[in-house]
Design a protein around this ligand. Structure first.
Ligand code: SAM
Length: 229
């Protein structure tokens, strides 16, 4: 129409934002000890030269994908302490993410793209695509600043299989945060940090699982309990 101009507001990619968007109800955080924290990893060798990015990619799909859909009430946070440029945390929000497929290679490629540009200094975060954010947060920053009901998923913890209520630790007003380690045990200083923040260990089964399997079992117990945390 003459005299009016159509204004299209677009967020340039990639771009810095002042903070992460609000967290959804269910959050899974994986502490990664050796996965590369920059974009310099080969998609053809996710379990070798990439530092076990294969396991992290499975954590993303276990957290967010269901058959023909996405768990919009969930997010996954990968705290990358491996070589490259640590710490960096990639957050993927189920309510916003697009182009997430079950195959490992395409998800790894999305993550690698997100890591191409270093994130800004805290508290800003890099918007690296729909639902994908990269920050400088480390585990201690997260424990010190996020208002979440937090438990550590740990095979030696309090048994949740018969009592799922231990997975729903507070009154349900704060988002829940489930912390896992990658294929290695937590470092002593990470365990100390969790203890200092009063985070209790909770076990899902008597069997030691891969992190992505533990996420699936946790979802199962929460789904079965019939109430979102
Ligand atoms: C492969 S395990 C870590 C190494 C493991 N401690 C081992 O001895 O092989 C990966 C992570 O998944 C989670 N996990 C595995 N089994 C679990 C269980 N039965 N209950 C709760 N969390 C579990 C924990 O967060 C654990 O650190």
């Amino acid at each position: 129409m003459k005299g009016t101009s159509k204004r299209c507001v677009r967020i340039p990619f990639p771009s810095d934002l002042p903070a992460l968007p609000p967290l959804p109800r269910k959050n899974f955080l994986v502490v990664a000890h050796r996965a590369r924290s920059d974009a310099r990893f080969p998609l053809d060798d996710l379990c070798g030269a990439s530092g076990r990015w294969d396991g992290l990619v499975r954590c993303i799909t276990a957290t967010l994908l269901i058959s023909h859909g996405i768990r919009k009430d969930s997010a996954v946070h990968l705290v990358l302490n491996g070589p490259g440029d640590p710490p960096r945390t990639i957050t993927v929000l189920g309510g916003e993410v697009k182009l997430l497929n079950p195959d490992e290679r395409s998800t790894a490629s999305l993550m690698r793209k997100a890591l191409e540009r270093p994130p800004p200094a805290m508290p800003s975060v890099l918007w690296a695509g729909h639902g994908i954010y990269v920050s400088r947060l480390g585990l201690g920053d997260i424990l010190g600043s996020w208002n979440t009901a937090t438990v550590l998923l740990d095979e030696k913890g309090l048994d949740a299989s018969s009592e799922p209520a231990v997975l729903l630790p507070l009154d349900g007003t704060a988002p829940s945060l489930y912390i896992l380690s990658d294929d290695q045990d937590l470092l002593p200083e990470e365990s100390d940090l969790l203890r200092a923040h009063g985070v209790r260990p909770v076990s899902l089964t008597g069997t030691v699982l891969h992190s992505y399997q533990a996420i699936t079992v946790c979802h199962f117990l929460l789904d079965r309990a019939g109430r979102a945390p």
